[in-house]
Ligand binder design. Structure first.
Ligand SMILES: *[C@@H]1O[C@H](CO)[C@@H](O)[C@H](O)[C@H]1NC(C)=O
Ligand SMILES: *[C@@H]1O[C@H](CO)[C@@H](O)[C@H](O)[C@H]1NC(C)=O
Ligand SMILES: *[C@@H]1O[C@H](CO)[C@@H](O)[C@H](O)[C@H]1NC(C)=O
Ligand SMILES: *[C@@H]1O[C@H](CO)[C@@H](O)[C@H](O)[C@H]1NC(C)=O
Ligand SMILES: *[C@@H]1O[C@H](CO)[C@@H](O)[C@H](O)[C@H]1NC(C)=O
Ligand SMILES: *[C@@H]1O[C@H](CO)[C@@H](O)[C@H](O)[C@H]1NC(C)=O
Ligand SMILES: *[C@@H]1O[C@H](CO)[C@@H](O)[C@H](O)[C@H]1NC(C)=O
Ligand SMILES: *[C@@H]1O[C@H](CO)[C@@H](O)[C@H](O)[C@H]1NC(C)=O
Ligand SMILES: *[C@@H]1O[C@H](CO)[C@@H](O)[C@H](O)[C@H]1NC(C)=O
Ligand SMILES: *[C@@H]1O[C@H](CO)[C@@H](O)[C@H](O)[C@H]1NC(C)=O
Ligand SMILES: *[C@@H]1O[C@H](CO)[C@@H](O)[C@H](O)[C@H]1NC(C)=O
Ligand SMILES: *[C@@H]1O[C@H](CO)[C@@H](O)[C@H](O)[C@H]1NC(C)=O
Length: 595
């Protein structure tokens, strides 16, 4: 029974605490806090709790990233000498001075374990802590590993701040019965042996691994991690190739605002990812992102592609190729163009069948024929024929399905992976390129016969105006934006969803009188909107702004076996408002526990 509402009014601290808004995750502190609430005679609900086993925190890295391009932190990891089934990572970073936002990727060996980015510091200094549930990587944490933490930073007379980072892992044990992947296989550049980052800096292809997998696989899920850089950072505002020279010498970034990441197995399409538009802390106008960073900026999500239908092929003991492609649209060539400048890795989560069994079945049948692209663009000119406006639309639809019959030691099953996706983007550029309005929507649904489904919706609206005077060395940007992320996941996701925080304590209590049933899925819904300006003159700049974020998290209950009625249970809300680098409102509520 808790309705915690706190309002922080203009708390001015010398060191600014920066944060990402996200639902609570299961940690030992969260569990003891909940137990305390129950002991106070509160909730009748009984939640996931700790059982004997270790509760240990280890420091994995303490490092200052200064001139660190091409020089990641490299250090050993050894698991604690006790049993555990959950792991969280705590990344705490301090920075003071002036610096860009930077991308950071952590690896165990050749396997990416966390992709994050840095906040931009202030002269007085900032600090942030992000705690990530990495229990899905359990099979990696139970063995010795080489930790490679790649945060490429640059220090010079103008950009002065290093990023001082501490990474800790906390191990604990709960009544959790989730069966984690037995094996995690990297699809990456594989540069751990030379102490380097294993991301592909994707440039016209080449993101391909060939490998032999075990023959006794029961289920396999491919996950993809990708980030656009340079001309690809604001890909959702890129224009068609035929329009990149609309405003003369300053070439606009091209390949359209549409991006698709494709997974190919032995050259055949196995699934796609339509990415969420990440905006880093210096993105568009930095005044939007302090102290509340953009959605997922500290924890860049990976999408899942179930490749179980490919098992009859992949378990034949031969080598097979896995290739990742980043695709935009090249309307000059009337074909899909491959793109440069993205940072890319993948991995395969594998659940094994019993030792000695060999998975077989039918060759997968793929249907990716339903794919449509519609483009339009128009250039407006002034009376003397100079281009002054550009408007364009891009609409893409895709339906994809892969199916096969898979035989394991448990019998024969029909394995199916299906995706249904729709994308639209409407862009208007005016004032000879200085004003740009982008309205984009990406939505879709993926379903696997292994009992997983994910529906998503990513609306985005950005309106920005740039006024630059090169001779006076001034730059003024004014922008407003509104963006959302809505994700509904049911069934066996590879990744933890935060539901663990709200689930009942013991599986055997489910269905017992008074105990609430476990949730079959979750829905995360968040919106950020605001307006901000940026003004720079020479080496000095200011960026006031206002950003609001609302986040809601729901549990999904399927009422009764065989019944199709679904109940959305309101579990968590957070509302924050930041004005001019100050958090002026922060309200957190747990509706179910309040009644
Ligand atoms: C793991 O690393 C620890 C610490 O370096 C070492 O003592 C141990 O022998 C290693 N274990 C294995 C299986 O290599
Ligand atoms: C970061 O670490 C460096 C080197 O240890 C130190 O000089 C600097 O003061 C630290 N910065 C912050 C903000 O803690
Ligand atoms: C630092 O900024 C000044 C003024 O803008 C510029 O002239 C100089 O080249 C910059 N230094 C570096 C290392 O980028
Ligand atoms: C995260 O680690 C930092 C130390 O680096 C510590 O001060 C902080 O209390 C930890 N936070 C959580 C929630 O574990
Ligand atoms: C990689 O780094 C480790 C730890 O810093 C070091 O012991 C090892 O020699 C390095 N290996 C290579 C190939 O540079
Ligand atoms: C005007 O825009 C069109 C289409 O983007 C482009 O092909 C043409 O070169 C532009 N004209 C000038 C003078 O820049
Ligand atoms: C492929 O899928 C499309 C759309 O889902 C469907 O119309 C078509 O009949 C399918 N083709 C085959 C060969 O199954
Ligand atoms: C065309 O007209 C615009 C204003 O309408 C002016 O800025 C531009 O210099 C003119 N260009 C030429 C080539 O005359
Ligand atoms: C772009 O301009 C067209 C035509 O003026 C208008 O209908 C549309 O709403 C505009 N789109 C955006 C995103 O502002
Ligand atoms: C974009 O912002 C400008 C300046 O604030 C405003 O005049 C314009 O109406 C906005 N456009 C849209 C489509 O909201
Ligand atoms: C965000 O949108 C809400 C609802 O449209 C509006 O009331 C609020 O003023 C906006 N906040 C900011 C900071 O623009
Ligand atoms: C934020 O800063 C701007 C520019 O300094 C100022 O005009 C505005 O009033 C400030 N907003 C608030 C709520 O203090």
């Amino acid at each position: 029974m808790r309705a915690s509402t706190q309002s922080i009014v203009a708390a001015v601290a010398s060191v600014l605490r920066v944060f990402q808004v996200n639902p609570p995750i299961l940690t030992p502190e969260a569990i003891s806090h909940r137990t305390l609430l129950q002991d106070e005679g509160g909730s009748s609900g009984s939640f996931v709790s700790q059982v004997p086993g270790c509760t240990v925190t280890q420091t994995l890295m303490v490092h200052s990233f200064a001139n660190s391009y091409g020089h990641p932190y490299v250090g050993p990891y050894a698991p604690p000498q006790c049993s555990f089934n959950r792991v969280t990572l705590n990344l705490t970073v301090r920075a003071a001075g002036k610096q860009f936002d930077r991308l950071a990727v952590a690896y165990f060996g050749d396997i990416e374990i966390w992709r994050t980015s840095t906040a931009e510091p202030t002269p007085n200094g900032i600090i942030w802590t992000y705690v990530k549930d990495v229990s899905h990587l359990l099979s990696l944490f139970t063995r010795n590993q080489t930790l490679i933490f790649d945060l490429g930073n640059l220090i010079n007379e103008n950009y002065t701040s290093p990023f001082n980072a501490t990474l800790q892992a906390t191990f604990f044990t709960t009544t959790d019965t989730e069966k984690r992947a037995d094996l995690i296989v990297p699809i990456s550049a594989g540069r751990c042996a030379s102490n380097k980052s294993s991301a592909w800096n994707y440039h016209y292809g080449g993101a391909l691994n060939t490998l032999v997998l075990p023959q006794n696989i029961e289920r396999a899920v491919f996950t993809v991690s990708a980030t656009g850089q340079m001309d690809e950072e604001f890909w959702y505002s890129n224009v068609l190739c035929s329009n990149v020279h609309t405003f003369g010498a300053d070439t606009l970034p091209g390949y359209s605002p549409f991006r698709e990441i494709q997974l190919l197995i032995d050259g055949d399409l196995a699934g796609v990812v339509w990415p969420f538009p990440i905006i880093f802390t210096g993105g568009i106008v930095r005044g939007f992102w302090r102290p509340v960073v953009g959605i997922d900026a500290f924890d860049i999500r990976e999408d899942e592609i179930d490749i179980t239908p490919w098992l009859p092929l992949l378990c034949d003991g031969e080598s097979h190729s896995f290739e990742l492609r980043v695709v935009g649209i090249d309307d000059n060539d009337i074909r899909s163009g491959l793109l440069s400048e993205s940072v890319l890795t993948g991995k395969i989560f594998i659940w094994l069948d019993c030792v000695g069994s060999v998975t077989s079945g039918s060759y997968p049948i793929a249907n990716a024929s339903a794919y449509s692209i519609a483009l339009s663009s128009a250039v407006g000119t002034t009376s003397n024929g100079t281009n002054c406006t550009l408007s364009y639309t891009v609409d893409v639809d895709r339906q994809l399905s892969i199916s096969s019959e898979v035989q394991t030691s448990h019998g024969t099953k029909v394995a199916v992976w299906q995706q249904s996706l729709a994308y639209s983007n409407q862009g208007n550029i005016s004032d000879y390129g200085d004003v740009q309005v982008t309205r984009q929507n990406t939505l879709g649904k993926a379903t696997s016969s292994e009992g997983y489904s994910r529906a998503f919706n990513y609306p985005l609206f950005v309106n920005s105006t740039i006024v630059q005077d090169k001779s006076a060395r001034t730059l003024f940007i004014s922008a407003s934006l509104r963006r959302g992320q809505d994700i509904e996941i049911s069934g066996h996701s590879v990744f933890p969803t935060s539901l663990e925080w709200f689930d009942p304590r013991y599986p055997e209590e489910v269905g017992r009188c008074g105990a609430h049933p476990r949730f079959s899925g979750s829905r995360l819904s968040t919106v950020q909107n605001g307006s901000a300006v940026y003004f720079s003159h020479g080496n000095t700049s200011v960026s006031p702004g206002t950003t609001q974020q609302d986040l809601s998290f729901y549990g999904i209950q399927t009422q009764a076996l065989g019944s199709s009625s679904v109940n959305l249970v309101d579990l968590y809300h957070r509302h924050v408002l930041a004005v001019n680098d100050t958090l002026v409102r922060d309200e957190e509520t747990f509706p179910r526990e309040a009644n």
